[in-house]
Design a protein around this ligand. Structure first.
Ligand code: ZN
Length: 690
């Protein structure tokens, strides 16, 4: 299990093979000058490490490691398997992945390999093993990064003939017989019963649509298959490298969702991700992805590629302002990161990332971020040991890749976006300065009981073991908040034949009577129409009211569940009437059920800001204590507690304008000066005691 390092680590991604060897020493010296300690090299260098089959050239990388070592820099080797060399594809074109549309990928870019291909798997194992053995006695090398951004560019959902065979083997293991598969999927629908495994297609396209059971299983297979490929490298390196000798990690791209990264991270010493804030939709996504990646192993993580400047793959690739690199780096460390490795040392002069920024410009000049990182590393040096510690949250939000995939395949309402719903919940807590951990579906009650409140939004795939853990968590005194689409589907992605929520049926006395979906609003449309896809009044909220206090709230007019509370259940909110089409007026929208020492809640609608306030302030006030009391809430203003005793806190301003924050009481800055109000400059971070 990874433990916290006493000091934060800064590093950089470096491609020595891109630059004349005579530059390397100056590069290493400058890295050292600005306080960098680790350098990742090697990823994508297969064509240079093995120019012909089983003809290795490791001399150049040895010299690169040695040059870095002379400056005291430690090295992380990236295995080069994300980019097979062209000679290999010419020798064996079957290593190339096939898209759903039937296009065979070609060499020239990266991530064009098929993860099932036996020849490619052998080559992968061999190069990883050769490198692991080669560097074992070289103590400048401290760890490994397997491949690069598994799941990126879509090649892990490959539709080639080899993948079809692997798919059939995977199905045989899961269902044992074709009859079992037919029953589990309900293939009698449209008369699509299979008689042989070979008849089961890859979902490349059919008339009408596939069974969602087939599609979800294909997603599961593709994820398991990619993990099987990935674990080959883990095995090859582990043969030589114990966790004591060096770590093994992987850098996921935060936005990828076609591999179950909870499963993929299991064998790693820690997980890392590539943090490109300008590729995200909202500032609050930064904290979300940190908490999600931390949650993959529920342990400290790394950022293996941290944008030091603009990126090259969004629509506008905006500039990175002075201070933003410091802000993002400090946020990393405050949210559980051990090491921040910047991408990239020097801007590439060729290839597909020439507009991707670096710490040095294309011509070798020091970019302004060079000086920003240098002063940041001096600032970090002055902080006490064990300064950065991610606070332990009292609230946990559950994340399930199978729920995500099932709802991508059948959202029923195209605006029902599973990931966005989770982000909205997380952001609403973040805005109130409440820490929220992210844990996988299936987390057992021993871990759940460390939290006061567990939130499960749209956990649509039933998990009967987990249901027992949820029950135990509630009986032992926990609070469980369920938000819509709970357990509508059985694990094979067929609809449950029990009353919903199916897996919770035995112990939760709340039923879902009816589900209602609402189309989006278009200006000018008649506000009360509910015919087909005719735009209705989606911008008009749904109203909810508390019968006891008379308080009214608003929620999203997108997805509504009318609840049927059974005996012993408390009705908390009912739906009100906003427009004439609100025939559901008076139905129950939020109910709760006491069980042992705890309570389970079912909310039948997606919250808006007002509903979140009601939840976090009124219903779960005790569970949702902020990191620091009485601070204002502003867009882009973040508060994080830190320190091994939680004795410090940080205020972060993600905005390009200053914020003045009344602190409500006297706090002390790290230099001992007392403050009652503070002004944060644009992109500023300040630390306080108390
Ligand atoms: Zn394939």
């Amino acid at each position: 299990m990874a433990t916290y390092l006493p000091r934060p680590v800064l590093g950089v991604d470096y491609y020595p093979e891109h630059w004349p060897e005579e530059n390397w020493r100056l590069d290493a010296e400058q890295m050292c000058v600005i306080g960098l300690k680790v350098v990742r090299i090697g990823e994508f260098a297969w064509s240079k490490l093995e120019p012909r089959q089983e003809v290795y050239d490791f001399d150049w990388i040895d010299r690169a490691v040695e040059t870095l070592d002379t400056q005291g820099l430690k090295v992380i080797i990236g295995t080069p398997t994300a980019a097979p060399p062209p000679w290999m594809a010419e020798m064996r074109p079957d290593i190339l992945a096939r898209t759903r549309e039937g296009q065979v990928l070609t060499v020239g870019g990266r991530r064009f390999y098929c993860p099932s291909n036996a020849f490619y798997r052998t080559q992968t194992f061999r190069i990883a093993r050769e490198l692991a053995r080669h560097f074992l006695q070289n103590y400048s090398v401290i760890g490994w990064q397997i491949d690069n951004e598994m799941g990126n560019h879509g090649n892990c959902r490959c539709y080639c003939a080899t993948c079809k065979l692997n798919w059939h083997s995977w199905l045989q293991q899961r269902y044992n017989s074709v009859d079992n598969l037919n029953k589990a999927w309900g293939t009698i629908f449209w008369g699509q019963e299979f008689r042989e495994w070979s008849q089961v297609p890859l979902p490349t396209g059919t008339g009408a649509r596939y069974s969602p059971s087939l599609e979800l299983d294909y997603y599961r297979f593709a994820s398991d298959n990619a993990i099987e490929y990935f674990n080959l490298q883990l095995e090859a390196i582990r043969e030589f490298w114990t966790p004591q000798r060096g770590f093994i990690t992987h850098n996921i791209f935060y936005g990828d969702d076609n591999i179950d990264f909870f499963k993929m991270s299991a064998g790693l010493d820690f997980i890392a991700f590539d943090n490109y804030p300008h590729g995200m939709k909202a500032t609050s996504d930064l904290a979300f992805y940190h908490d999600y990646v931390y949650g993959l192993k529920n342990e400290p993580h790394w950022v293996m590629e941290q944008a030091a400047g603009p990126i090259n793959w969004t629509k506008y690739n905006p500039a990175v302002a002075p201070g933003q690199t410091r802000l993002w780096t400090l946020q990393n460390f405050l949210r559980g990161v051990q090491g921040t490795v910047y991408f990239n040392w020097r801007e590439a002069r060729f290839g597909g990332e020439q507009y991707h920024s670096g710490i040095l410009n294309h011509d070798g000049r020091q970019h302004r971020v060079y000086h920003e990182i240098m002063s940041l590393s001096e600032e970090l040096d002055k902080l006490p040991d064990n300064f950065f510690r991610k606070p332990k949250a009292k609230v946990a939000l559950l994340f399930g890749f199978e729920d995500l995939w099932a709802l991508q395949l059948e959202p029923h309402n195209e605006a029902f976006d599973y990931l966005q719903i989770l982000k909205d919940i997380h952001a609403s807590l973040l805005k109130r300065h409440v820490q929220c951990d992210i844990l996988p579906r299936g987390t057992n009650s021993d871990t759940l009981k460390e939290y006061s409140l567990v939130v499960a939004a749209a956990p649509i795939i039933s998990d009967y073991d987990e249901s027992n853990d949820w029950q135990r968590f509630v009986v032992d005194g926990g609070k469980l908040l369920l938000i819509t689409r709970v357990g509508a589907k059985e694990p094979s992605n067929v609809w449950t034949d029990r009353p919903q929520p199916a897996a919770l049926y035995e112990w939760l006395n709340i039923r879902v009577e009816e589900m209602l979906s609402f189309p989006p609003y278009l200006p000018g449309a008649h506000p009360n129409k509910l015919i087909g896809d005719t735009p209705a009044d989606a911008d008009v909220p749904v109203s909810l009211y508390d019968e006891v206090t008379g308080r009214t709230l608003q929620a999203k007019r997108l997805w509504l569940e009318l609840l049927d509370p059974q005996e012993g259940t408390e009705i908390i909110l009912r739906y009100g009437k906003v427009s004439d089409s609100d025939f559901f007026q008076g139905s129950v929208g939020l109910a709760s059920c006491k069980l042992g020492n705890g309570e389970a809640y079912y909310l039948g609608v997606l919250p808006t800001a007002g509903t979140f306030d009601y939840l976090w302030v009124d219903l779960f006030r005790q569970e949702c204590a902020p990191a620091v009391d009485n601070l204002p809430r502003y867009e882009g203003f973040e508060v994080i507690r830190t320190g091994d005793q939680g004795q410090y806190f940080a205020l972060l301003n993600h905005n390009g304008y200053p914020l003045t924050i009344p602190l409500g009481t006297t706090y002390y800055k790290l230099d001992g000066s007392a403050v009652e109000q503070v002004t944060l400059k644009p992109y500023d971070v300040q630390f306080f005691r108390g």
